[in-house]
Design a protein around this ligand. Sequence first.
Ligand code: IFL
Length: 470
Amino acid sequence: MRTLSLHRRSALTLAGGGLLAGLAPLPAFAQSEDGATENWKDLGADVKAEFKWAWGHYVDRAWGKDEINPVSGTSQSFFIEGHDLGLSLVEALDTLWIMELDEEFQAGVDWVKANLDFDIDGEAQVFETNIRLVGGLLSAHLACGDPVLLEKAKDLADRLMKAFDASPHGLPYRYVNLKTGAVRDPETNLAEIGTYITEFGVLSQLTGEPKYHAAAKRAMMHALSVRSPIGLMAANIHAGTGRFTSRNASIDVYADSFYEYLWDAWELFGDEELKLAAEQCLQAMIDHQGRRYDGLLWFPMVDYETGAVTGTSQTVLGAYLAGLLGQAGFKTEGDDFLKTYERMQDRYLIVPESTDVTTARPRTLRTGLRPEVADACLNLWQHDRDDRYRAIAATHYRNMKSSSKAEYGYTSLQDISTRPMTQGDNCPGYWWSEQMKYYFILFAEPKRIDIDRLVLSTEANVLRGFVRSS
Ligand code: IFL
């Protein structure tokens, strides 16, 4: 029997007072929980129309800049203040291609070829530069085959490699000067030392030079080699000493994509060693980090040797784990964890940036226009095509549309407790690469994507699964 529920309910009714008490209900719309009443193709077309609309404003107001500020219509740099690298443009490329916005895609590629030069005397964060720019250039190359995009990705990766070379353990320092190769800040974390193997591995395949893949894998293997007897790693690690600098094991920010890349190395390169490591790490998380509060499954921070809880916040970024658990064979736990975020979404409409797991109440009222709930929905849907994942993503999309749409695009939020929600003034680069792509693939089932072969990076750059007509 079809169950109908109102997905955009009054926060007052659901939150039971407290933080969001006294708010006027938002308009509700009827949607079936299993998605049976949804016209997915129409919803996919709507996502494409919104993307095209936002792209038009980026072109008009921020062309070649890193990020558009969609309320004021201004822009801002992301990597190096005052030296923009066309971040949003690079992030958008493969999404444009999948949406068959071919003129827009080609204009972006032409801008990259004419303007993007990495010989800059300035420091870039190694992790962000890899996932956003190396990954964006590689997926654009895979989409259209243009060799210049590959050359640019290789040139940038060569500059980032200096950060790995500086460490006796092969753990990249956090920052590198793109021109001089000078490195800074060895106080790093699992995400920033272990989120390279998909981009660097594909680069090795495409160039025939194994050094990129080898550097990425060496860093991961070092961290895995210092796991505690209960199989956990602390999130913070020193690139110089190779030792953990905290006792906190986390599934969340500072660690998240390390775990995604263990599994992706298996999917992309058939790496059995990292597949086993992924399974072991996820099992250790389930055994020693998983906790229930009021029936909801969370993965708070714990001491990496004892498993004792050391922090009771969980960010919205943690939602990725629901998808990863499903991908790696822990489907029950993945579904269970997604339910936690679904509950938060139903209650607050937009999942708070950070939540107190013991009360399921927001710790932070601003949010960064985050994609991770939609990411998990896509990964779980890819597994069994169950429409209930699309239904959760549809609510995520509609709630984003009604809260984050501004005059010149989509923006982060300053306060999700006000009505209307209080907008910030920034569209993060990942919006162009992540959630709009997740929604579009889920709803439109585009013909340029082979969903069974699809492998996305942590920034949702397509590294396998394009369908190119010859
Ligand atoms: O850059 C994004 C990417 O998914 C990541 N961390 C957080 C960002 C999105 O919230 O690895």
